[in-house]
Write a new protein. Structure first.
Length: 452
């Protein structure tokens, strides 16, 4: 028997070492280096299924390159298409990451069932029967979707060669293993090798491949960082598991912008595209309640009206509690300090809770003003007018700062029937006549004057 060959890999960044060491020289993490067995079969009769290479091997003038073949595949899913930049590019490799149970398999299976092309869905996680049961929950079903339960890449390629699908979905990259490497599935060297084989396959046959990737505890895609460099597009599927909304965003996209966002709602029968999210995110209520304010935010290029709820109450313990869901807790503390120092509100002895409704997380700074308004409203126990909305950043000295693309936010607020929008005095707004009142403010004290 041939001698077993082993190499040491950093489990964090994927760097390779000849012997064990305590710290990884490239990513500086401690105790991440582990031994993995790699052994290439001396001579294998297996090779990638090769249709003659479609790529010319000689240099071409950039203007001579024909891009008509780079046609994009329509995925029959408006949100997915938008996030990818208008459909999936032929021969591209897309990686979809997300928390366990968030709906990655559901999203891709549902897409595979809708596509009018021959689709191969390879699963290493569920049996064909389990997938069929899941497919029965999701209504639209066609007769172009093939299901394969296999984890060995060599066998997968054999099946692909026989079937010749137009698009391949792999669930998940961590379950694949290649005969070329002996270590177990999910190890760094296996993930690297299987991805390399899939890239070779995708580029040579111009077939798009979608990969599902697990994520680690801290939210990164499990496996070497190099995985994200290797693929063309990295998508992230996120949301709060207890809420129905799911957001699909691109973290990397070689063929489009990373600003776009897709929103889905998880239902009993799969994921539903949400094309007008603002209407759902603003809750219906009878009568006016204190502590609620609506922010005109932008997620990517899409305007999104989001409701912010705050509860300010007298602290029962010595140290007041501050907690925020869907909003950065440090930023909440900063806004509370600004309110205390610049507007004279004594919030030091109060508990403050903040919640963004719908279970989504917002990082648009334009939400600041709505957060401040919600806190003020709860503190004074006075309800804000329900047709007010806010879009501005709050600075450390209490100044109201301008935000980008304010026209788009104003138009969305107008469309949804808001009467007044509060924005920064320093925002340049076009002189076009709008049906909504634009209230310009420059300091946090101005806002206090309006609201309480
Ligand atoms: P799944 O796609 O298995 O998650 P992942 O592949 O990301 O681990 O999603 C599982 C969750 O989705 C599960 O908690 C149940 C829910 N779900 C629905 O609510 N409706 C449905 O139609 C389906 C198929 C799943
Ligand atoms: Mg899954």
């Amino acid at each position: 028997m041939a001698k077993v060959k082993t190499t040491f890999f950093c489990q964090n960044c994927g760097s390779q070492y000849a012997k064990w060491q305590g710290q990884c020289t490239s990513c500086k993490e401690w105790n991440t280096i582990a031994e993995e067995v790699i052994q290439k079969p001396e001579k294998s009769d297996w090779k990638l299924p090769t249709t003659p290479s479609k790529r010319a091997a000689k240099p071409l003038l950039i203007n001579e390159i024909d891009t008509s073949q780079e046609a994009r595949l329509d995925l029959c899913d408006g949100e997915f298409n938008r996030v990818l930049g208008g459909g999936m590019v032929q021969g591209s490799l897309t990686l979809l990451g997300g928390e366990p149970g968030i709906g990655k398999s559901t999203l891709l299976l549902q897409m595979a069932l809708k596509l009018p092309y021959k689709t191969l869905y390879v699963s290493g996680e569920e049996s064909q029967k389990q997938i069929k049961m899941r497919a029965e929950r999701i209504n639209p079903s066609n007769n172009h979707c093939y299901i394969l339960t296999e984890t060995k890449t060599q066998n997968i390629f054999k099946q692909i060669e026989a079937l010749d699908p137009d698009i391949v979905v792999i669930d998940s990259i961590q379950t694949l293993h290649s005969d070329y490497i002996e270590s177990s599935a999910g190890s760094i060297s296996q993930i690297k090798e299987c991805t390399t084989e899939l890239i070779k396959f995708a580029k040579e046959t111009a077939t798009p491949v979608l990969l599902i990737g697990h994520i680690t505890k801290d939210g990164h895609i499990a496996g070497p960082k190099i995985l994200e460099h290797m693929v063309d597009t990295v998508l992230q599927f996120e949301g709060d598991r207890n809420h129905v909304f799911r957001i699909l965003r691109a973290n990397k996209n070689r063929f489009g912008s990373t600003n776009e966002l897709g929103i889905y709602e998880m239902q009993g029968s799969g994921l539903r595209e949400v094309s007008n999210p603002s209407e759902i995110l603003i809750s219906e209520k009878d009568g006016e309640l204190s502590g609620n304010a609506v922010a005109a935010t932008l997620e990517g290029l899409r305007p999104l009206m989001i409701e912010v709820q705050a509860l300010v109450s007298t602290a029962v313990y010595g140290t007041p509690q501050r907690s925020a869901t869907g909003f950065n807790a440090k930023r909440l503390n900063m806004l509370l300090a600004v309110l205390e120092k610049r507007a004279g509100f004594r919030l030091g002895a109060k508990d403050v809770f903040l919640n963004i409704t719908g279970g989504i997380t917002v990082d648009d700074p334009a939400i600041d003003l709505a957060v401040v308004a919600a806190i003020l409203s709860s503190n004074e126990d006075v309800a804000l007018e329900s047709d007010y909305c806010f879009a501005a950043e709050v600075g450390l000295s209490g100044e109201i700062r301008p935000v980008q693309r304010v026209e788009q936010r104003i138009l969305e607020a107008e469309k949804l029937g808001f009467s007044t929008i509060f924005i920064s005095k320093y925002n340049k707004i076009p002189l076009k006549k709008t049906g909504i009142k634009i209230q310009l403010i420059s300091k946090i004290e101005d806002l206090v004057g309006f609201l309480v």
